[in-house]
Write a protein that binds this ligand. Structure first.
Ligand SMILES: C[S@@+](CC[C@H](N)C(=O)[O-])C[C@H]1O[C@@H](n2cnc3c(N)ncnc32)[C@H](O)[C@@H]1O
Length: 266
């Protein structure tokens, strides 16, 4: 693969086979649920978009998330200019064929090293686009090279309705351990399950490098922090809702870091 030599061939083949064979736009984005579930699980990302601006989906697959976010953000009064990048050329081809109006905004690239032709006001990513020991560097690269000054890096963790550990992971502690300030978070909940976690890091308008002042702050204080996933932090902003079923979003503004992972029953 030209985009990344160390990306395992079997992963590329698996993704291509599964996504390209999908018989609906969600499946072609690696999503196993119906439209309603997609709206809840992915719609929460639009909550991180607080103004109009350019929006890059890292790992854009067939571009379905981009087209949905375009509509969802518009319904909130924000116009996004959609862009996407994906490591798989076949996915970018598919996205371009589905979304010819955005043909020139869809790029092939490896998020870990991609040097974009421009920077973006909003950049959505997941950590899984790099191996575990490359997560911190992925975030640092996106902040340094891809997010525009004054822009926002939106970090997502997706859960699943079917996997044994189906909850999305709260990444705030990990991001903060790497020296970033998590400016806000949202979660999407389906039934009793946190299906999507979204957190964002805002760059200073002056320049991306001025974001944290001391560049050392951006280095991981511990590159291998892994918080247990069996419970959800019991910050007041994230207290379990009294609703017990049906999809919902939970939100917090600037979140307070809970140092402990206590066994909050859900
Ligand atoms: C599950 S899809 C995500 C689709 C959509 N962005 C969403 O959030 O629903 C993941 C996509 O990320 C791409 N991907 C994986 N690693 C990547 C990397 N290092 N750089 C760019 N794209 C990557 C895969 O090829 C795949 O198309």
């Amino acid at each position: 693969m030209s985009a990344s030599d160390d990306w395992p061939e079997h992963v590329r083949a698996l993704l291509e086979a599964n996504y390209l064979a999908g018989d609906n736009p969600r499946a072609q984005s690696g999503f196993g649920g119906d439209e309603e579930y997609w709206r809840v699980a992915r719609g929460v990302i639009a909550e991180a978009v607080d103004r109009s601006g350019s929006f890059l989906d890292v790992g854009c697959a067939n571009g379905h998330l981009l087209e949905c976010l375009f509509a969802w953000c518009a319904s909130q009064g924000h116009t996004i200019e959609p862009f996407g990048v994906d490591i798989l050329p076949a996915m970018v081809e598919l996205a371009r064929s589905r979304l010819p109006q955005w043909h020139d905004r869809l790029f092939v690239g490896d998020a870990r090293t991609w040097k974009p032709p421009r920077q973006f006001d909003f950049v959505r990513t997941e950590l899984v686009y790099a191996p575990d020991d490359g997560h911190a560097e992925l975030v640092a690269h996106l902040l340094d090279a891809v997010v525009a000054p004054g822009g926002r890096l939106i970090v997502c963790s997706y859960g699943s309705r079917t996997r044994p550990e189906p909850r999305a992971e709260d990444l705030a502690g990990v991001l903060e351990a790497w020296g970033h300030v998590v400016a806000g978070t949202r979660t999407a909940v389906v039934g009793e399950r946190v299906t999507t976690w979204v957190g964002w890091i805002d760059l200073s308008p002056v320049s991306s490098r001025a974001r944290s002042g001391d560049p050392a702050r951006r280095r991981p204080r511990s590159g291998s922090i892994r918080l247990p996933a069996q419970c959800w932090p019991s910050t007041s902003s994230r207290a379990p809702s009294s609703r017990t079923s049906g999809p919902r979003w939970e939100s917090s503004g600037r979140r307070r870091r809970c140092p402990c992972w206590c066994p909050t029953p859900r």
